[in-house]
Design a protein around this ligand. Structure first.
Ligand code: URA
Length: 207
């Protein structure tokens, strides 16, 4: 079933509507056999987790081993670090929604390929239409590239970008905040501090 786009201030759907639409989208990804090669090697599809009414959505790259096993994004080491940073600015998982561009674990945790990102992009767009956030936080360069092509993470991290995208006649305006990926910053002291500083900017943005 093809769902109509949502977005803008006219969107007025209940939480349960959103949950069933996300579930329908998940089933569609499976039925359409999107990235069937990745699906074949994965335990399950990892759609996303968190508050479907949140005004802020975090987007990572792709599930890792723990995420693949548990069916939820960011539940491994980088997820724990992410939780720490959320706590440091007074947020927790139930305040945000979190997902990845690519919804199946790539083999041996390799980077997602361009083709894989392209295949999942329309589904990510529809996922965002359903949640209807105002702020998107990209984690790492893969997610950033999808929203702000040509940006450079070392230069653009922590700087909100106004992004306008069109799909099926609807217009979407998001503030996209690119951040370093928590996995990259986990064991790198200066990047860790930079990421924590950028988190404060995310908090300021939603305030
Ligand atoms: N890294 C990601 O980009 N996403 C996850 O869900 C876990 C680790």
């Amino acid at each position: 079933m093809r769902l109509p786009p949502f977005g803008g201030s006219f969107a007025k759907i209940t939480y349960m509507d959103k949950a069933s639409r996300i579930m329908a989208l998940e089933n569609e990804i499976i039925e359409q056999k999107i990235c069937s090669n990745l699906a074949a090697g994965a335990t399950q599809l990892v759609m996303g987790d968190g508050n479907l009414d949140s005004q802020i959505v975090f987007i990572g790259e792709a599930p890792g081993k723990n995420e693949d096993l548990q069916g939820k994004p960011f539940v491994g080491a980088s997820g724990k670090f992410l939780d720490e940073m959320l706590t440091s600015v007074g947020l927790n998982r139930s305040d945000i929604y979190i997902t990845n561009i690519v919804k199946y674990r790539p083999p041996n945790n390799r980077d997602p390929l361009s083709d894989e990102k392209r295949s999942f992009w329309p589904y990510l767009m529809r996922q965002l239409e359903i949640i209807n956030p105002t702020v998107i936080v990209t984690l790492g360069r893969h997610a950033m590239d999808c929203f702000i092509p040509g940006a450079k993470i070392s230069v653009d991290h922590g700087r909100p970008h106004k992004v306008q995208l069109h799909r099926d006649g609807a217009e979407y305006n998001w503030l996209v905040m690119p951040l370093y990926h928590p996995a990259a910053a986990l064991y790198n002291g200066s990047m860790r501090q930079t990421l924590m500083d950028d988190f404060q900017k995310v908090k300021d943005l939603i305030n």
